[in-house]
Design a protein around this ligand. Structure first.
Ligand SMILES: Nc1ncnc2c1ncn2[C@@H]1O[C@H](COP(=O)(O)OP(=O)(O)O)[C@@H](O)[C@H]1O
Ligand SMILES: [Mg+2]
Length: 366
C-alpha cells in the first residue's frame, strides 16, 4: 500500500537566518499533507548545511516554542547526486536506499530560496515545487528584481544600488531619494539587515549593518502606504488570491515585528479594499510573477498609497507556510484549503518536470 504513495521529500531548515521560520513552516506542511496520497520524507538541513533524514515523529525539539525550536540532530546524513533521479544516498551506509519522487523545498532566504538548491535539484533530475533556478535567483536579489520590474513598466520605489566597492555618499543619496529612506541587503529576507534611515548617523550605521549580510545593498525611497500581500499559484496560467493586509503598529515590518513583538502587527484577511483595487493588485501580482520567471507559487507584496496608487515591494518565491502565514491563509480565504494547496503545488511540480523532460538535450539525432 505504502509503495503506491508518492514519496515527497520535504526539504527544510537550511543555512540561513530564516532557519527557524522554515522549521515551523515544515511542521505545518507535514501535518497538513494528504497522507493517503503522499508519503512525506523529511530532510532537515542543519545550520552547517548538512542534509539529515529525519523521523517525522521526532524531527523537531521544542516544537511549540518559536524561540527554542530546533532540528533534531540525531539522524542519518544523506546526499543527492547529479542524475540520481530521486535516489538519496548515505555515504557511510551502502545498504541505505531511499527513493523520492518529488521535492517540496520549504527553505527561506539564501541557500534555499535563491536558486542554489533548485540548481542541485535540477542536476539530480527530480521534480520540485516552486520557482526554478532563474525565478528563484531573481526573486531573491532585490536589485535585479527591481530592474526587471522597472523594465516591464511595473510601479516600484525609486532605488539605488551600493556595491561593497562603492563609497557611500549620504548627501547624494538624500538628493536622489529624499528622507526617510530604506537600506537593505540585496539578497535576504525576513527584514534581516533592513533599516529605516532619517539622518547621516543612521545612514552610516545602516550601511555597515546591511553589509554584514551581503556585498550589495539597495537603498529605496520611503513609500508611505498600507502593506498588502497577494498569493499567486500556477505555472503558465497563474492565478491570484484575494489580497491580505499587514496592519502595522510598529514603524515598519521589521524582524522584531515579524517574529518577536506579537503586538507590532496584525493580519487582516481578506484586506478591506474596493473591488477595483483588489483587481488591480491581483493583476499586478500575476504580472510580477510572470515578469520574474516564477513558477508554482509566490507571494507578491505591495504598498497601497493614500492616493490609491499601488507600488510593488517584492516577491517571495518560498513564502512562509506556518499555520498563521499569509500565503496559505489567503488561499484558504479564496477557497483552496491547506491540504488541497499542497496537492496542487506538488502536481504543478510534476507538470513542469514533464514539460522540461520533453526538451531535446542533444542537437544531433542519436
Ligand atoms: N521603500 C520602502 N518604503 C516603505 N517601507 C519599506 C520600504 N522598503 C521596505 N519597507 C519596510 O520594510 C519591510 C521589509 O522590507 P522588504 O523589502 O519587504 O524586505 P524583506 O525581504 O526582508 O521582507 C517592509 O515590509 C516594509 O515594512
Ligand atoms: Mg518583505
Amino acid at each position: 500500500m505504502d509503495n503506491k504513495k508518492i514519496n515527497v521529500g520535504i526539504l527544510f531548515g537550511g543555512k540561513s537566518a530564516e532557519h527557524e521560520v522554515s522549521l515551523r513552516s515544515a511542521k505545518n506542511v507535514i501535518d497538513a499533507i494528504d497522507k493517503e496520497k503522499y508519503n512525506p520524507v523529511l530532510i532537515g538541513i542543519n545550520k552547517e548545511g548538512k542534509w539529515l533524514l529525519n523521523d517525522s515523529s521526532c524531527f523537531l525539539l521544542n516544537s511549540d516554542d518559536p524561540e527554542k525550536i530546533k532540528l533534531n540532530p540525531a539522524s542519518d546524513d544523506v546526499v543527492m547526486a547529479p542524475q540520481c533521479s530521486g535516489e538519496i544516498a548515505n555515504l557511510s551506509r551502502s545498504d541505505f536506499n531511499k527513493s523520492i519522487d518529488v521535492i517540496f523545498p520549504i527553505l527561506h532566504g539564501p541557500f534555499g530560496e535563491d536558486g542554489t538548491v533548485q540548481g542541485l535539484l535540477k542536476l539530480a533530475n527530480i521534480p520540485f515545487v516552486g520557482a526554478g533556478v532563474l525565478g528563484s535567483a531573481v526573486g531573491m536579489d532585490k536589485d535585479v528584481m527591481n530592474r526587471l520590474l522597472r523594465d516591464a513598466g511595473l510601479p516600484i520605489a525609486k532605488f539605488i544600488v551600493l556595491n561593497y566597492t562603492d563609497k557611500p555618499d549620504y548627501a547624494k543619496t538624500v538628493e536622489e531619494l529624499g528622507l526617510p529612506m530604506f537600506v537593505k541587503p540585496a539578497n535576504l529576507g525576513s527584514s534581516v539587515g533592513v533599516s529605516k534611515v532619517h539622518n547621516q548617523e543612521e545612514f552610516d550605521k545602516a550601511v555597515i549593518d546591511a553589509f554584514q549580510y551581503d556585498t550589495k545593498l539597495i537603498i529605496e525611497e520611503n513609500i508611505n502606504g498600507r502593506e498588502i500581500e497577494c498569493s499567486v499559484l500556477g505555472n503558465s496560467n497563474p492565478i491570484a488570491s484575494l489580497p491580505g493586509e499587514v496592519i502595522l503598529k510598529d514603524d515598519f515590518y521589521s524582524y522584531e515585528t515579524k517574529y518577536i513583538n506579537e503586538d507590532g502587527a496584525s493580519i487582516e484577511i481578506p484586506a478591506k479594499l474596493s473591488e477595483d483595487i483588489i483587481k488591480q493588485i491581483q493583476d499586478l501580482a500575476v504580472e510580477t510573477f510572470k515578469v520574474l520567471s516564477c513558477e508554482g507559487l509566490a507571494r507578491v507584496d505591495f504598498f497601497l498609497q493614500p492616493d490609491n496608487k499601488v507600488v510593488v515591494n517584492e516577491i517571495n518565491t518560498i513564502p512562509g507556510f506556518t499555520s498563521i502565514s499569509m500565503y496559505p491563509k489567503l488561499w484558504e480565504a479564496s477557497g483552496i484549503g491547506y491540504t488541497e494547496l499542497i496537492d496542487k503545488l506538488i502536481q504543478l511540480a510534476f507538470e513542469r518536470f514533464g514539460r522540461e523532460q520533453k526538451l531535446k538535450t542533444s542537437y544531433t539525432d542519436e
